[in-house]
Ligand binder design. Structure first.
Ligand code: SF4
Ligand code: SF4
Length: 134
């Protein structure tokens, strides 16, 4: 019961923090990312198939966990690198982070090896069915 209360308290404190990403790519948490050479890199060409690319909102929000096995609750997303740097959900919960926040390829590409760059390009341009199962 205490655990349940703490989860409900967490959700209550942190709901509605989404600012729809003040970024050139909206809905970054709904884009697939891949950890390459220690960097959790956003694949800009690989949005979740349920993300409406015009409104940048989820088209299946109420049943998202059923429709997409990789879509998980806020706490899990924070721990597992589901949010990008700058997202308000991270700012308030940095103590929970296990996998680093998502980052843009452009910000770290000079630090990647040639194989790392090739891995990014391959994953970013592959048909989505090869890199994710819903
Ligand atoms: S990454 Fe954060 S700000 Fe951007 S859409 Fe997701 S929850 Fe909202
Ligand atoms: S199913 Fe999850 S990851 Fe996909 S668009 Fe909806 S909220 Fe985002």
């Amino acid at each position: 019961m205490r655990f349940l209360n703490s989860i409900l308290g967490f959700i209550d404190r942190h709901r509605n923090l989404c600012k729809k990403c003040p970024d050139n790519i909206k809905g970054l948490c709904c884009h697939i990312s891949e950890v390459i050479e220690g960097y959790n890199i956003i694949l800009p060409n690989q949005p979740c198939k349920f993300l409406d690319l015009k409104t940048k909102t989820c088209t299946v929000h109420k049943e998202r966990f059923k429709k997409n096995k990789r879509c998980t609750p806020i706490i899990v997303e924070i721990k597992d690198g589901g949010y990008p740097e700058g997202c308000a959900y991270l700012k308030h919960n940095s103590n929970l982070i296990k996998i680093p926040p998502k980052i843009h390829y452009e910000t770290i590409k000079e630090k990647l090896s040639t194989i790392g760059k090739q891995t990014f390009e391959l994953m970013n341009t592959s048909p989505q069915r090869f890199i994710i199962k819903y």
